[in-house]
Ligand binder design. Structure first.
Ligand SMILES: Nc1ncnc2c1ncn2[C@@H]1O[C@H](COP(=O)(O)OP(=O)(O)O)[C@@H](O)[C@H]1O
Ligand SMILES: [Mg+2]
Length: 124
């Protein structure tokens, strides 16, 4: 019997990330289509410890433009991380999304000023 070295909840950082070429290619295609005005959605599901969070951390780098897409195009998406559950009301969900939207926008140094304006607009 072999000891399993993998620990769920300790996400593989992108530099240690290995494999998942097929999944990454699929997600890149979705990012590219979406960037060009044809939004494409996808859902990743799987058991705990399967590597979902690590995959998303990896592709988030491409989504925000830290690394390029496979065709050398640069994406410039705003990546938000929200955890939703069935106890949340519609307003709770909106608040959760708005809070992370604010955080994601303010991370984008270049558009900080714009972010403040958008937040004011949303708050109203
Ligand atoms: N592509 C990968 N390359 C290397 N290690 C990985 C990879 N994907 C996941 N792991 C490792 O597997 C474990 C579970 O990954 P995680 O992303 O937390 O899974 P999930 O979100 O599906 O529960 C962690 O120890 C993580 O570091
Ligand atoms: Mg996870």
């Amino acid at each position: 019997m072999k000891f399993n070295p993998f620990r769920p909840n300790s996400i593989a950082p992108p530099d240690l990330f290995h494999g998942r070429d097929e999944e990454i290619a699929f997600i890149e295609k979705s990012l590219f289509q979406t960037k060009n005005g044809n939004p494409q959605h996808f859902l990743i599901e799987g058991e705990r410890g399967l590597g979902k969070s690590s995959l998303f951390l990896k592709v988030a780098e491409q989504a925000v433009g830290t690394t390029l897409l496979i065709n050398n195009e640069k994406a410039n998406f705003i990546v938000m991380n929200v955890e939703l559950d069935s106890s949340q009301s519609f307003v709770d969900i909106l608040k959760t999304i708005a809070a992370d939207f604010k955080r994601a926008l303010s991370e984008k140094e270049k558009i900080k000023t714009l972010a403040a304006g958008v937040w004011d607009f949303l708050s109203k």
